[in-house]
Design a protein around this ligand. Sequence first.
Ligand code: B3K
Ligand code: ZN
Length: 883
Amino acid sequence: MLETKPSKAPPTIYLKNYQAPDYYIETIDLHFELGEKHTTVHSRLALSRHSKADSPSLVLNGEELELLSIKQDGQVLSKKNYYQDSESLTLLQVPDCFTLEIETRIYPQDNTTLSGLYTSSGNFCTQCEAEGFRRITYFLDRPDVMARYTTTIVADEKKYPILLSNGNLIAQGKWDTGRHFAKWQDPFPKPSYLFALVASDLARIEDEFITLSGRKIQLHMYVQPHNQDQCDHAMASLKRAMAWDEQVYGREYDLDIYMIVAVDDFNMGAMENKGLNIFNSKYVLAKPETATDTDYENIEAVIAHEYFHNWSGNRVTCRDWFQLSLKEGFTVFRDQQFSADQGSSAVKRIQVVNHLRSYQFREDAGPMAHPIRPESYVEINNFYTLTIYEKGAEVVRMLYRLLGTEGFRKGTDLYFKRHDGQAVTTDDFVQALEDANNTDFSQFRLWYSQAGTPELRISRIYDPEMSTYTLKVKQTCPPTPEQPHKAPFHIPLAIGLLDAEGRDLPLRLAGEAEAITGTRVLELRQAEETFVFQDIPCKPVPSLLRGFSAPVKLYLGLSNEEYCFLLVHDKDHFNRWEAGQQLAIKILLGLVEDHQQGKPLILDPAFTNTIEKILAGDESDQAFVAQILTLPSEHYLAEFMTVIDPEAAYKARRFLQRGLAEALHSTFTTTYESLAGTSPYHSSPEEIGRRKLRNICLEYLMTLDGPDIKSRCLQQFNESDNMTDVIAALSSLADTESSERKIALQAFYNQWKNDSLVMDKWLSLQALSRRQDTLTIVKKLTQHPAFKLTNPNKVRALIGAFCQGNPVRFHDPSGEGYRFLRDYILKLDPLNPQIAARLASTFNLWRRYDQNRQIIMKEQLEHIVNSPRISKDVYEITTKALG
Ligand code: B3K
Ligand code: ZN
């Protein structure tokens, strides 16, 4: 009997059970008849049996499909030759080599999951990764089955003038009355997850790119006609990414046309379908009046990311979904390198590390902890995680650091050459790097199989008589749900030792002939290791884990003076910033404790002085100064608390911000005024830096809540010609109880109510407001016309922002926030399980809170698990959370 409630344990898929497919599919001919009520899909597959396969039957994946007919080598199959269930179609007896024709009916207009073929703002589009293709037709929907696709699309000519699929357009013309067709052929064999189809009446923006070898590539971007003026930045970013990949990785684009289609309803950022990327419009559209600098930066990064996948993901793809980090970790690393090359590399690194430590570290310490190559999953969509992406990128970055730029390039060249056109594993990737460099990464491979964030505890001894400086390094890794014991990792630890003037000392270890000047990399391999540096004339200040050379937690215990010294002097920009962060953490944790004990909070004057020095200093990278001024987030602070106290974290941080604002009032004011910009807007790194620094000054000043600054803030809101400055002012106002808040929110709404992406910002900044009544406001906004439950951007902007970005209000001890989230998870689950599961993971850390909060969060999780018909997506997250 069929289970109606998947909460009765849907199956777990294991890496150890991987088997090559029994059949390969050489070619697939698809024919789509797109209709207003339903769509018919005809597919013709050329199949051949794998030499080692012995089963006479063939099992194809398929979900939510109405089977209309099957033919085997032209003969209609009768019902006794096959059977169906809700997830598959089994043909009982098939030959070694044959043609299969299958006709199915699907309902894209009713598809709210945004997986498979669906409609968004009246246009047809697809999302097939990871397992959406099986919602279009029966197929061997797994990445190691790579076929050549020919796709014919037939649709109403007026409603859908644009018909697109992967590869090259080989035919087009009239079909029957009022309908037309287009036929596309993709010369590159590809897995089904890279299939794409679009039928729309979008406008096309055209450009071209000449490759290094002189080939002309057509670049086409498709957006809604009224958004045509918002594509310049995305197009320019694409061309920069294409040139960069040629220069840095020697990768040229391979088709004659590269298309990007922007849609409003999309589960994530974008999708790298071969030759036909589909994007969330949030990562394409930008003009200064509607997009912030952060939007500009994100667009550039996502455009580049999807483009880079053409090699790292499409030409060389994954054997199975356990290998997801093969393409994602590597491609994130590549897009991070690209972004770093476009502006301030220090700031880019800081942003990446901030994100990793605030969110991936907590994932790695919670119930969903998994290695970057997981051992098992229930629903693969739950494994598009920060661990696979961001930690995966850190692992590639370590390989890069260990091999150096040239060695790494030799390795990636070999990887692309050796595996072009194949579906491979992370092990194949590491092997290629090893082979090209004649090196051994056996121990390094533990990064792929062991979960959890390693911890380094370092003690230091200076011996003035011997002039030696000793670092003793202990590494451990906390147990994770499936791995109680870990072996030591191979860790690159980049270090420098600073003399009293802040210069890097030459570093020579005992037994070495020559010293190395500047940063040097120690390679840790054991649980405990000692490094003794020679000829150290005076007690140095250590600068360790420079550039965040490994995704680990470092316990070094520097004094406040040492942190201040590094903050001012370290040559390594990342570590300068890091010194400020660690010092701020120390101070904030002290304030948290004082708050919890009801003691008065007191400001540390040494910290204030250092911040003043930085503000008044001559650092030319203003974005970097702004980063230094940004205090550690409440999320990151929570990482350091045994029992997370969201209120104390918020109060402590707010106190420190206010304290600095009071003490440095005039410096903040002069800096703010001196950084006023001139029209028109530019998105150059310098201008972005200027706005960042100016707006952080405004944020500090606004914590003082005085009437003058509020009206100055309202003035910035009213007079700015760009969304960065408008949003900075509006976010600060949204936190207040003032009349200015009301005026500005209303004015903003009136001006932008017809621009959906801007309305997302309006929803978000209200959800992120630390005002007491934020949940009441959020609840009201769920009923507002600007909100729509079936649109993931709206859900993330309002519910996601409140539950994941506003810890002090979400974790209100009453539990109201928790019940609110539970209700929305259950409302969303039948519509879009992927998005519901993302929201459900907000409860993952419930055990880290006090008992009262634990009890209420656990109740919500149990309520969800016991609800009828929850999806396997939500089932996996909630049952793992309950443990
Ligand atoms: N590869 C896609 C992500 C697909 C997510 C499926 N649930 C986008 C990217 O990482 O480039
Ligand atoms: Zn990706």
